[in-house]
Design a protein around this ligand. Structure first.
Ligand SMILES: O=C(O)[C@H]1O[C@H](OP(=O)(O)OP(=O)(O)OC[C@H]2O[C@@H](n3ccc(=O)[nH]c3=O)[C@H](O)[C@@H]2O)[C@H](O)[C@@H](O)[C@H]1O
Length: 424
């Protein structure tokens, strides 16, 4: 500004005949310039503070104070039979809720963190949180991008483990709101790792990657040794980026990190943005469902994996995670770095998923088969789980029909409109 010799009093312009810019400094131009500048500043603030869902305004979370700290300590306390003190990010999410409860049940101390964004019905998240409350798990409303909050948590509790499940999920939504994926899956993850690397002691980290990292691969089943450099969606690309970021923090700071590639996880208290969930809703209401198919009517298939099996895999990963080796932000020796597929090993066509739902709901679906749009979806997924089996003792036992039966049972109860709520 000073270079342009603008006056300190707006509206009063004293042209400087020696200024090379004097010919431009007319009052209406200044107004235009100021408006543009203001617009740029506002845009900068909007981008900098953009929340994880575009439809939400920037939110401030309340935390801290002696009462808050005592709730944190009490929730993090290890009870009989337990060993770990675990920070679960995304605790009010689908997998986060189930994993938190499983940890608490066996005596581990658990603190949940969740930003309760409105990517899908926040009421479902609040109802999940009520279940966690009942089990004595304190869920803090806050964002993984909030460095101060994370540092405070590590000051109050020496976490042994972080189960990092907070993320912007969903393959197709990445085309609508790409920045939310960068905000949560990249910036948020880095922020969390920054705090973990400086913590004393450093926790071991287990986090959710995704089957989508296999992208356009055609060799099945997908093995951890396969290439993962052809993601089909921005979601997949951010998960793949997360795996590379994990490598860096392991390499430089000695953080023990385990990535779990989840394969289309489903079950009670699931995510309403997933096909099995909204197909159920639409079948019941008579709304048409679109079933994607490949070229020449090839069916699209997924290695659908039931939530209880995934929870066992997560606990197995926590139980076998070695300690991080760094302290004071410095690496003291090589640390564990792992990645595992957590799938079901038996892909099922989406058409079959729909027939199972029709049978369970006793309603015929209003179906429309249509070519798979170019939306980030892949044709099929199929996990090779031998590595998880060997190292984590992971062994999925729930087939799609059995798992969907449990889901439908929960769904009908939860949305029955009665005041009664399904209990765990
Ligand atoms: O394993 C993962 O890493 C991912 O799993 C999940 O992604 P997906 O496997 O794509 O599940 P989901 O959306 O339920 O679609 C299921 C099937 O229905 C088909 N599908 C979908 C919508 C539709 O209208 N029609 C349709 O045929 C569709 O083509 C697909 O074949 C998680 O959402 C994601 O967050 C991530 O965790």
């Amino acid at each position: 500004m000073s270079q342009l010799n603008l006056p300190s009093t707006p509206g009063k312009l004293k042209p400087d005949k020696f200024s090379p810019y004097s010919h431009r400094l007319r009052p209406h131009r200044i107004t235009l310039f100021s408006t543009l500048l203001l617009a740029l500043v506002l845009l900068f603030f909007y981008i900098s503070y953009s929340p994880s869902s575009s439809s939400s305004p920037p939110r401030r979370f309340l935390w801290g104070g002696p009462g808050w700290e005592s709730q944190v300590r009490s929730s993090a306390k290890v009870r009989s039979g337990g060993r770990f003190t675990v920070l679960v990010t995304g605790a009010a999410g689908f997998v986060g809720t189930h994993v938190s409860l499983a940890l608490k049940r066996r005596g581990d101390g658990v603190i949940g963190l969740d930003n309760f964004n409105d990517y899908y019905d926040a009421k479902l998240k609040r109802d999940r949180r009520s279940q966690l409350d009942k089990s004595g798990i304190f869920v803090i409303e806050g964002d993984i991008n909030d460095r101060e909050l994370l540092e405070k948590l590590f000051d109050v509790v020496p976490f042994t483990h972080v189960m990092h499940l907070a993320a912007q999920a969903g393959v197709r939504y990445a085309m609508k709101n790409p920045s939310s994926y960068v905000h949560s899956n990249i910036a948020g993850f880095v922020n969390l790792l920054e705090v973990c690397k400086s913590a004393n002691p450093q926790p071991a980290i287990v986090w959710a990657s995704s089957s989508s990292v296999y992208g356009l691969n055609t060799k099945v089943p997908f093995s951890e040794k396969d290439r993962t450099d052809r993601p089909a969606s921005l979601y997949a690309a951010t998960k793949k980026a997360g795996e590379e970021i994990a490598h860096t923090y392991n390499h430089i700071y000695g953080l023990s990190i385990t990535g779990l590639r989840f394969f289309t996880v489903y079950g009670p208290w699931g995510r309403p943005d997933m096909a099995y969930f909204f197909f159920t809703k639409h079948i019941l209401s008579g709304k048409q469902i679109e079933i994607f198919e490949g070229p020449n009517h090839r069916s699209v298939a997924r290695d659908f994996t039931y939530i209880d099996d995934i929870v066992k895999g997560c606990l197995g990963a926590l139980d076998t995670a070695k300690k991080s080796t760094g302290s004071g932000g410095k690496k003291r020796g090589p640390a564990q770095l792992r990645v595992f597929n957590l799938g079901n090993t038996s892909p099922v066509p989406v058409t079959r998923l729909v027939s199972i739902l029709e049978k369970l709901l006793k309603v015929k679906a209003n179906k429309k088969l249509m070519p798979m749009p170019s939306n980030g979806d892949v044709m099929f997924t199929h996990a090779n789980i031998s590595s998880a089996q060997r190292e984590l003792g992971y062994k999925p036992t729930t087939d799609l029909e059995t798992g969907l039966k449990k889901f439908v049972h929960w769904y009908l109860k939860y949305y029955s409109g009665s005041k009664k709520r399904s209990s765990w």
